[in-house]
Design a protein around this ligand. Structure first.
Ligand SMILES: NC(=O)c1ccc[n+]([C@@H]2O[C@H](COP(=O)([O-])OP(=O)(O)OC[C@H]3O[C@@H](n4cnc5c(N)ncnc54)[C@H](OP(=O)(O)O)[C@@H]3O)[C@@H](O)[C@H]2O)c1
Length: 182
C-alpha cells in the first residue's frame, strides 16, 4: 500500500493561508517545480487525493471550475450539497464529495490508488483528523520565508514527527517528516 502524505507549503510559523484564504505570500515566492518540494516528483507518485471544502473552493475560484488539473480521483470533505464539480478538458473531474468517516474514505482512496501514494492536500484540521485516526504517514512541508500574524493552521494537533530530510529549493526550506516517534 502507498503512503498517505500531507504535502503542502506553509509560513515559517505554521499557516497554510491567511484568515481570508489569501495565498499571495506563497505564490510570489520562487521555487523550482522540478526540485524538492516543487511537486513534479511527488505528484508522479500520487494515486488519489483528498482535501477540505475551503481548499477545493480556493482552487475553483483561482484556477477556474473548467481547469481542474488533476487526473487522479479527489475526495472533498464537506457538509454541503451545492459545491460544483470542476471540469477537466471539458469533462467532469473525478471528484467525490463526502462527509463519511475518515477511515472509510481512506480505505476507498487506497483501493482507488492501486498501491500509489495518497495526497492529503489540506487543510490542517482535515490532516489532523487523518493523523488522529492513525492514517497519516508523512508530512512534507515547504516553508516559505514569511510569517503571518494569524491564518489557517498547518496542523492544529499535537503530532510527534521524526525528521527524515531537509532540502533547500530556492526561497523554500523543504522538510520531510515521518509521523510518529521512533
Ligand atoms: N499552503 C498550501 O500549500 C495550502 C495547501 C492546502 C490548502 N491551502 C489553503 O489553506 C486553506 C485551508 O482552509 P481550511 O483551514 O478551512 O481547511 P479545509 O480543510 O480546506 O476546509 C475546511 C472545510 O472542510 C470540510 N470538512 C473538514 N472536515 C470535514 C469532515 N470530517 N466532514 C465533512 N466536512 C469536513 C468543512 O467544510 P463545509 O463547511 O463545506 O462542511 C470545513 O469547513 C485554504 O485557503 C486553502 O486554499 C494552502
Amino acid at each position: 500500500m502507498g503512503k498517505t502524505v500531507y504535502f503542502t507549503a506553509s509560513t515559517v510559523n505554521g499557516f497554510l493561508a491567511s484568515d481570508d484564504h489569501d495565498l499571495s505570500w506563497l505564490l510570489t515566492r520562487d521555487i523550482d517545480q522540478g526540485g524538492p518540494g516543487g511537486g513534479e516528483e511527488f505528484f508522479a507518485t500520487v494515486g488519489a487525493m483528498v482535501m477540505g471544502s475551503s481548499t477545493y473552493r480556493w482552487i475553483l475560484d483561482h484556477e477556474g471550475a473548467d481547469a481542474w488539473e488533476y487526473d487522479v480521483p479527489c475526495w472533498v470533505f464537506t457538509h454541503r450539497d451545492d459545491l460544483p464539480v470542476a471540469r477537466r478538458n471539458g469533462r467532469r473531474g473525478d471528484i467525490r464529495f463526502t462527509r463519511a468517516d475518515v477511515a472509510d474514505v481512506h480505505a476507498e482512496m487506497s483501493a482507488a490508488a492501486g498501491g500509489r501514494d495518497l495526497w492529503m492536500v489540506g487543510g490542517g484540521d482535515l490532516a489532523g483528523q487523518f493523523a488522529d485516526a492513525g492514517l497519516l504517514d508523512e508530512v512534507i512541508v515547504s516553508f516559505a520565508p514569511v510569517t503571518l500574524a494569524s491564518g489557517r493552521p498547518l496542523l492544529p494537533r499535537h503530532v510527534e514527527l521524526e525528521l527524515l530530510d531537509v532540502a533547500r529549493n530556492r526561497d523554500f526550506v523543504v522538510a520531510t517528516y515521518r509521523v510518529g516517534k521512533r
